[in-house]
Design a protein around this ligand. Structure first.
Ligand code: FAD
Length: 317
């Protein structure tokens, strides 16, 4: 079922969902199941699975460094398929521009359709570690909007190079990213919103936001989005702070603000166990306010550990 259908079926009730990151390769899927199990009591209609960009590793061969391209985290799609069938829940694979040619993307989408996956999250991806700016992969897309267009074309039965003849068009529901505090590369929030509108016009069905810690930023973002004619559901992404280092890390990586009250509360903690508790309480408070405001879904970034998400969900749902 599509994310938008789940939202419509909920008739105004706020749904619970979360995102997981595939574990590093060499680990077992049981680790993921162990983190998902405790959250299933909150009946998520869908679970997102992220995709990591390829990266370079350097192998020492008799004193000479050999540069090789690899992926550190295995198959998003395989994980989506196993979670979908184990828990009977919809899964949303994150599909990236970076690292994929258009043809590879088409194969991936054909596989998604074959596996009964109804939703995909269309994202550009970040620059590779060695790059200062995002560079499109040779034969790949430059912006998420172009990827949305490819998916929308497939939904109309238009495959690349017109090589596939089928009456069985895909019918993907497409999510895209939105940034209440603007994307790091965007010159202004309004120009970023203009880009978001282009993604929606290209065929995106809903938006999931970057994390934010001040609901005011989210509410203002939604108001401005509406002014710009963005009329698809906007789902807030919530991340509970978990370690003291997040105070530096999150603003640096995502260019987001952390409210002073939260900074003070985290700085007063004597260890990360206490920080985790502060993170849970803040996110629960945020969630309650967002729910009261009628958001369609509360979507949590679980970052591989679910105890804090469970604690939040218990107080909110
Ligand atoms: P875009 O929408 O393409 O925007 C990127 C930038 O380009 C923005 O600054 C935008 O304003 C600008 N822009 C857009 N169109 C144009 C244009 N025509 N001309 C000039 N500028 C333009 N990353 C991963 O690697 N894996 C994941 O699984 C993943 N999941 C995510 C989930 C969510 C909910 C969010 C919010 C982010 C996620 N990301 C993920 C991070 C995301 O890939 C990065 O934030 C990336 O830098 C931008 O992706 P985008 O899809 O928003 O890009």
């Amino acid at each position: 079922m599509k994310v938008t259908e789940h939202i419509a079926a909920a008739k105004g009730k706020t749904l619970f969902s979360f995102e997981i990151i595939p574990p590093k390769k060499g680990r077992s899927i049981q680790e993921l199941y162990d983190n998902i199990d405790p959250l299933m009591e909150f009946k998520p209609p869908f679970i997102d699975v992220t995709t990591s960009r390829e990266e370079y590793i350097y192998i020492d061969r008799d004193g000479l460094l050999d540069k090789k391209l690899t992926r550190m985290r295995p198959g998003t799609l395989g994980i989506c398929a196993s979670i979908k069938h184990k828990y009977d829940v919809d899964t949303v694979p994150h599909v990236l521009c970076g690292g994929f040619t258009k043809e590879e993307t088409e194969y991936l989408l054909v596989d998604c359709q074959y596996l009964g996956i109804d939703n995909v999250m269309a994202l550009r991806g970040d620059a590779m570690k060695e790059q200062r700016y995002f560079e499109a992969t040779n034969g790949g897309h430059q912006y998420a909007k172009d990827l949305v267009e490819q998916i929308a074309n497939m939904n109309r039965g238009n495959f690349l190079h017109e090589v596939v003849e089928t009456d069985n068009c895909s019918n993907f529901c497409v999510g895209v990213a939105g940034y209440p505090e603007k994307h790091i590369e965007a010159p202004s929030l309004l120009s970023d919103l203009k880009r978001l509108k282009e993604k929606v016009d290209a065929g995106a069905d809903y938006v999931v936001t970057q994390m934010f810690f001040d609901n005011k930023r989210f509410f203002e973002f939604c108001d401005k989005a509406k002014e710009y004619g963005i009329d698809v559901p906007i789902i807030p992404g919530i991340k509970p702070l978990a370690i003291k280092k997040h105070l530096q890390l999150l603003p640096q990586v995502f260019k987001i603000d952390i409210p002073q009250d939260l900074v003070d509360a985290v700085e007063a903690c004597k260890d990360n166990k206490a920080v985790r508790q502060v993170g849970v309480e803040w996110a629960a408070q945020q969630s309650k306010e967002l729910m009261d405001a009628g958001v369609p879904v509360l979507h949590y970034y679980s970052m591989g550990k679910s105890d804090n998400i469970k604690a939040i969900a218990k107080t909110v749902f």
